[in-house]
Structures are given as structure tokens and as C-alpha cells.
Design a protein around this ligand. Structure first.
Ligand SMILES: [Fe+2]
Length: 438
């Protein structure tokens, strides 16, 4: 079946085309192309069921098209309507992409300011657009248009995060993904599941990681790209005399994120237990995104202050001088919480006007008190060979105190770039689904 239909968009009045039309149809006075074929494909309730029919399975089945000079409107069979402006369509012409890399060959300065649609035709699963001032038409695959519709949210499973507020009711062994490195290496689908749950929940675990020097790097090569810092590719968390960082002491550590003084902030952190303490040193975790949303609900004024106040963070040692400023709660342009940065040990003296100081400290205290609430904290006694990998811009971590005089405790850590972990999941899904780059 390869039917076509036409919509003339050369007038101000939108013209429309039912996806059940055929190439023999002409649009009537109202601009609607009535279906005329005897094809029995069903494209939606109230929509003529003959003719071109469903283009592809799923939500990208086109039911009805309306075209005007400045906009193409597609009604999908699931009832949703997407509008694509002529400039957006012109900017996304497949012809303007490099055939090999897929990268765009033009920029906005190369495009007409007001490209105008002259006519639209349906060709199989494609929408063919003729332009008023250009001779070369453009074809868009309907599935591509559905995937890139303006209101369409990214559909990668790893981006559908699950916030967990009530950490005290969580069980690390039960509620998070666990695997061994051997399982990740041998079973790609299990690895994809593990990575996806890591990104949705913010953390995941490995077990039976050997207590050898390179084991953490070998294991993390399965998850992303390790980044080197002034601490090295890896760092050892154990008590030392006169530590440059309180992490290297016996002290308990309240919930925090690591290295907010760094640019960029480490994306993910891995901690591998080489020697667990049988007496203290339990790990604490909480979902900073969930607690930030709790603050937004219960104390929106404090939430706003923490998203709008630049907080200085500093780390100084004999071989590093690090400084960065960022809000404790970071938002995207549309107001979603995208990062939490909280580390009381490295907050530098704030440079706030007196009028802003009280409101900041009140909000800061409110957030700190939330982080101390036991109900939000998941406690877990990690064992030798366990490894936890977590989103350092979302999951806060801490530990209970321990006594190195009575029992040794030794963890080895490293940081991974944030994008590399997301890439690892998306790449594996692409390979397993045999998707192509274009
Ligand atoms: Fe830490």
C-alpha cells in the first residue's frame, strides 16, 4: 500500500488531510481531504478508516493532518495533536544533515526567516512538504516526527527516575539492583537492566568484587568512564593520622555529596569495600531529589532560597586549590531538580548581603535538619567485596562512626563522569535493539 494525499497550505486557512485518504482524493472547500479508498485500516475513532491507514505501529500513527503556511498539525491516532512550525521543520530537514555523522550542516543564519509551507502530501509513512519559495521538497518520517514532537518527553527508560523519600523503609539488598561483574560481562540484557535501575533509583550495587587494587577500575569500566582528580584515579577511604579530608578519619559523616568544589562535580561515585568494619562504619544513603521535592512541597520559600543562592565551596591541600560556586539545589530551565550539592565540610564563607543572610541560613538549616531525619536515611552495612555506585549529584551518602583502633575499615573509591554512565546504558540498549544511528 502506497497511497498519497495532498493538502494545499498556500492560503491562510488551514487545510487538512485525513490519514485515510488516497492519492485520488482532493480536498474540499473546508480544506479537508475526504478519504475515498476502500482500504479497511482503522486509524482512530471518528476518523475515516479507509485509504492510507496507519503509517506505523504505536503512537506515531497519523490520523489527521492540517497544514497552514506556518504550521503543520498532526493528529495522532492516540488523540494527541502535535504542531510543527514551518521554521522548525525547515531547520530539521534531513537533507541538511551529514549522511555519515548525522550532524547538522547549517545553522539558523542559513535558513529563511519565514519559510512557508505550500502543500503537504502523504507518501507511505512520510509527510512530504513543498515550500512556497523553494523548489526542493522535504520528507519527514512520521515516526521521527512523533518522536520529536514538541511536547514529547525523552523516552529513554533510564530518564524515568524513581524518587525514594522514605529511606528508612528501604532495604538496600532488596530494593536496588545487584549483580556481579561476571554477570554484567556475560549477560548484556542483565547489564542493561542493572544500568537502567542504577539511573532510575540513583544507585546500584555489585557483590563479590575481588579485594585487589585494580578491581574497582575493572568493575567500573562496565558502567562508564572513570575520571581522575587530584586524589588520583582511585582514592582510599581509611583512617590516617592528621587527615587532609575528614573522610579519612574515624568520624561519622553526615549525609553529603562529594566534591561540590570541583568543576564539573563528579557525576557518579563508586565505593568498594575492601575491609568492612564489624563495629560501626555503616553506610547511609538518601535520595536528594526526593528530599528537595519534599522541601518544595513543605517549605517552598526555603526551597526557592536554596535554588537561588550561589554557595561557595572550597578545598585546599598541598597539591590542590579548588573553588566553585553553585546552589545547594540546582534546577533545570523548567524547574525540575537536576542536582543537589550538599557538603558542610567544604562550604566556604558566604558572601551574602546582610539582608539575604538570615533567609539563606534559615533555609540551609531547614535542609540540613531534613537530611538528619532518620526516616529519610537508608542504612546499610556493606560487606567485603560489595561495591556501591551512585549518582553523586542526587544521592547523599554518609557513614556512622567506627573505631580503627579496634577494627580496620578500608574502602576504595573512584568517580565516573555523569554522561558516560548514561551513554553506557543508551549505547547498550541501542545495540540490543539493533537500532541504527540515524
Ligand atoms: Fe563522601
Amino acid at each position: 500500500m502506497n497511497h498519497t494525499g495532498n493538502v494545499d497550505a498556500s492560503t491562510k486557512d488551514p487545510r487538512s488531510l485525513d490519514a485515510g485518504s488516497t492519492d485520488t482524493d482532493t480536498f474540499g472547500p473546508a480544506g479537508t481531504l475526504d478519504p475515498g479508498s476502500t482500504d479497511t485500516d482503522t486509524v482512530g475513532s471518528g476518523i475515516n478508516t479507509a485509504g492510507i491507514g496507519p503509517r506505523v505501529a504505536g503512537p506515531s500513527v497519523m490520523a489527521h493532518i492540517t497544514a497552514a503556511p506556518d504550521v503543520l498539525s498532526i493528529s495522532w491516532s492516540n488523540g494527541e495533536v502535535s504542531e510543527f512550525t514551518s521554521l522548525w521543520l525547515r531547520d530539521n530537514r534531513p537533507e541538511d544533515r551529514d549522511a555519515h555523522s548525522g550532524q547538522r550542516l547549517v545553522d539558523i543564519a542559513d535558513l529563511p526567516e519565514q519559510p512557508r509551507i505550500r502543500a503537504v502530501q502523504l507518501h507511505g509513512n512520510a509527510v512530504r512538504i513543498e515550500w512556497q519559495d523553494e523548489t526542493t521538497p522535504t520528507s519527514f518520517d512520521s515516526a521521527w516526527l512523533a518522536a520529536h514532537a514538541p511536547a514529547q518527553q525523552p523516552d529513554q527508560p533510564e530518564c524515568r527516575i524513581t524518587r525514594w523519600l522514605d529511606g528508612a523503609s528501604m532495604n538496600a539488598a532488596r530494593d536496588f539492583a545487584w549483580a556481579t561483574t561476571g554477570e554484567l560481562e556475560s549477560h548484556p540484557r542483565l547489564k542493561l537492566e542493572w544500568l537502567t535501575r542504577l539511573l532510575q533509583m540513583g544507585m546500584a550495587f555489585l557483590s563479590e568484587v575481588p579485594a585487589t587494587d585494580p578491581a574497582i577500575l575493572d568493575a567500573m569500566a562496565l558502567a562508564g568512564r572513570v575520571c581522575e582528580t587530584n586524589y588520583g584515579l582511585t582514592f582510599d577511604v581509611r583512617s590516617v593520622a592528621q587527615p587532609e579530608n575528614l573522610a579519612y578519619s574515624d568520624l561519622g559523616l553526615g549525609l553529603h555529596t562529594d566534591n561540590p568544589y570541583r568543576e564539573p562535580v563528579p557525576g557518579f561515585q563508586a565505593l568498594h569495600v575492601l575491609l568492612a568494619s564489624p563495629d560501626g562504619g555503616d553506610s547511609l544513603f538518601a535520595d536528594g531529589f526526593a528530599i528537595a521535592e519534599h522541601l518544595r512541597r513543605t517549605d517552598p520559600e526555603s526551597f526557592d532560597v536554596l535554588t537561588q543562592t550561589q554557595v561557595p565551596f572550597r578545598y585546599r591541600s598541598k597539591d590542590a586549590e579548588l573553588y566553585a560556586e553553585r546552589p545547594l539545589i540546582q534546577l533545570s530551565c523548567n524547574g525540575e531538580v537536576t542536582a543537589v550539592h550538599y557538603n558542610n565540610r567544604s562550604i566556604a564563607p558566604l558572601r551574602l548581603a546582610a539582608a539575604d543572610t538570615a533567609s539563606f541560613y534559615a533555609a540551609y538549616r531547614r535542609f540540613a535538619l531534613l537530611l538528619r531525619e532518620p526516616r529519610f536515611q537508608m542504612t546499610f552495612g556493606m560487606r567485603d567485596g560489595d561495591l556501591v555506585l551512585f549518582d553523586n549529584q542526587r544521592i547523599l551518602h554518609g557513614r556512622t562512626a567506627f573505631s580503627s583502633a579496634r577494627h580496620g575499615r578500608h574502602l576504595r573509591g573512584c568517580y565516573l563522569t555523569r554522561d558516560s554512565v548514561f551513554s553506557q546504558a543508551a549505547l547498550l540498549r541501542r545495540e540490543l535493539n539493533r537500532e541504527t544511528l540515524t
